[in-house]
Design a protein around this ligand. Sequence first.
Ligand code: FAD
Length: 401
Amino acid sequence: MVFPFGSLLDFRINLTDEHEMFRRSVREFAERVLEPRVREIERSNRIPEELLRKAGENGFTGLGIPQEYGGQGTDITFNAIYVEEVSRICPAFSVATLVHELFVYPVLRYGTEEQRRRYLPPLARGEKHASHATTEPQAGSDVAGIETRGVREGDGWVLNGRKYFISGADKADYFIVLARTSEPPSRKERWKGLTFFIVEKGTPGLRLGERIEVMGIRGSHPYEVFLDNVYVPDDNRVGEEGLGFKIAMETYDYGRIGVAAQAVGISQACLERSLQYSIQRKAFERPIIGFQAVQFHISDILTKLEAARLMLYWAAALATSNRAEASFAASMAKLFATEAAENAALKAITIHGGMGVAVEGWVERFLRDTQILKTYEGANDVQRLVIMRQMMRQVFGMEIP
Ligand SMILES: Cc1cc2nc3c(=O)[nH]c(=O)nc-3n(C[C@H](O)[C@H](O)[C@H](O)COP(=O)(O)OP(=O)(O)OC[C@H]3O[C@@H](n4cnc5c(N)ncnc54)[C@H](O)[C@@H]3O)c2cc1C
């Protein structure tokens, strides 16, 4: 009945009073601190540093980091709640959290104790920022196709390559960089021979390239990053040599829950704005909410929103209990929630009529944002493949031929 899951109990979501109290505190922060600055962020295409500092002061930069490393010691559900509530107001603001997770997860899970003690506390306090650098101009979905090279030299490594679309690289103090450190044994095993390294800002040869202008998430920018003969000691290697691909895939499984949370926040915003507008706006002498077509659009937004929210917190619950199925649950949540958010944004634009397409109407931005959510941390069509592959692997122990 519940195939490919084991039992109905696998669908438990486990939200508690503590989660709800936390949600309220994030909403208060988002409405009081962020909302008054959204127009400025959209117009200037810049997130003021002081807002990131305030998130740090509220403890939000320490989510997902254990207390022994200066964090809040909270599980991934708290991260999802934070990202959802912030994205309801300003999706771009939550990108910093997603990017931090892509640094924190591999260091926490595969790094050395020394790396955890050095890098995690300043990130938890919000004093330092991190970036995750995997993508290259010729390799995004195809992670194994990266060309950045890491060559052993003495007690360390020399890195050379060009990374592309690296979010937050302008603010980053620490980069986690994926490089090829050995040739793969065969074409079929291209994923072998990749390794992660931490590179600190200021390391000779590490250079910021052009800023890439994208259609949405205004205020958060991806950058090109160059590595020209960058020397890092072997102490900066994260995880075993050659294990980088596996670490990257696990990191994205975890990170996709954050993208699903961004999408749920956007759908929530579209629902609230559509309801408010359709109650206030009159046509043919009656509020437009009286028209059945408008009611249908709102019902669709609401239905998909709640389904997406259930998938999000279900994937987070599976990840919290370290269940293997969390990997494809996270992909399903990312796929469904981002497409639901795109649909919600389109319907919100329709309901707002002319104001829907006017920049000053403040709903068209959500459609632009959803296109980015559908692309990063694994494009949605790639998620469709990942869902099938992971499910077949876990349920039948087989690879798709
Ligand atoms: C705003 C933004 C921020 C980003 N931030 C970061 C970051 O911080 N760090 C980082 O490392 N990367 C980052 N990225 C990169 C992002 O992860 C990649 O853009 C994404 O993985 C897609 O890769 P690509 O752009 O190379 O597209 P491609 O891999 O070239 O794919 C192009 C199209 O082909 C489809 N496709 C590719 N392979 C298959 C397949 N096997 N089956 C079916 N369809 C397929 C894809 O679905 C897509 O529609 C960011 C991207 C954006 C837009």
